[in-house]
Design a protein around this ligand. Structure first.
Ligand SMILES: [Zn+2]
Length: 309
């Protein structure tokens, strides 16, 4: 059996001073281990994804451009608003490996009476397009993982449930003409990025609070269920939280946990495996971000275990 939770020290992007708190990856892992939510045996080490797999989601020209950028890391700022050193690029390759491995683990654990939940303690880089990076995202691990699994025949259909505060524009564009993949994004309408068209977009008003958010989510999830995915990739950004510096919604910690619970109820409860990825999160206090990611993983494992009992 594959481990359910995926991580690598390579995730520690050296983005010191950048608004993206890359230290959250290690901190989330440490918290899960310290609280006994996971044991060392539950933790897999993500490998750098090979170029052939990366090419399932990105063009040759773009991957070559990223490699060339490692010689002049500042060029990354022009492409995706963060430096692109060797270390950073390997971090993105490792997180793409982690998302794919988590998908395999969730599928492996799904059989009659049992439904798999797995998570990558990284990933969720939904602003990267097949041919370009954007918004701190170099490699779209969500797109790459789904494309690899479809190509292998491991799944016939997939859905992306993207609840980061920013629209999943790169993912939406990549799957625009792909009938086997249903993309759903629920986000703050009046915020970055320039929107692309998902199969279902729910644009929320500024300062949207828990009750309205959870109502909208309850209306949206059945639409995704109708697509009958074999696997759901959950882009669980921490940035709808009210203290987020790059988000303008007003969710509390309880609202964030309620969001996760509804996703698990809709899919794990219906026998569909779910893979969680961390995506964004920019509270000035990194502890908020880690708390939200930590709960997402803990609740997913508990929901999956409750169904297996
Ligand atoms: Zn975001």
């Amino acid at each position: 059996m594959l481990p359910r939770i995926w991580y690598s020290p390579a995730y520690d992007l050296e983005w010191d001073g950048h608004v993206f708190p890359a230290g959250k990856y290690r901190a989330t892992r440490d918290r899960l281990l310290a609280d006994g939510v996971i044991a060392a045996a539950d933790l897999g080490k993500s490998e750098l994804l090979d170029r052939g797999s990366l090419l399932c989601g990105h063009t040759v020209d773009y991957l070559d451009r990223l490699e060339a950028m490692t010689a002049t890391p500042q060029l990354g700022y022009y492409e995706f608003e963060a430096p692109c050193s060797r270390r950073v690029l390997d971090g993105f390759y490792a997180m793409a490996g982690g998302t794919l491995a988590a998908c395999r683990a969730a599928l492996e654990r799904t059989e009659p009476g049992c439904v798999g939940f797995a998570a990558n303690l990284g990933g969720g880089f939904h602003h990267a397009f097949p041919w370009k990076g954007e918004g701190f995202c170099a490699i779209n691990d969500i797109v790459v993982a789904i494309r690899v699994l479809l190509t292998e025949g491991a799944i016939e259909r997939a859905a992306v449930v993207d609840l980061d505060v920013h629209q999943g524009n790169g993912t939406a564009k990549a799957f625009e003409d792909e009938e086997r993949v249903f993309t759903m994004s629920m986000h703050q309408q009046n915020n970055y990025p320039v929107k692309q068209r998902s199969d279902l977009d729910v644009g929320l008003p500024d300062k949207c609070e828990d009750a309205r958010y959870l109502d909208e989510l309850a209306r949206a999830l059945p639409v995704v269920q109708e697509a009958q995915p074999d696997l759901v990739l959950y882009v669980a950004g921490a940035d709808p939280f009210h203290r987020d510096q790059l988000g303008g919604l007003s969710l509390t910690l309880d609202g964030m946990a309620g969001r996760d619970a509804r996703v698990y109820e809709a899919f794990l409860g219906g026998g569909v495996p779910v893979v969680g990825t961390l995506a964004g999160g920019y509270s000035a206090d990194e502890k908020d971000v880690v708390e939200i990611h930590y709960r997402m993983v803990r609740e997913g494992l508990e929901a999956s275990a409750a169904i297996g009992r």
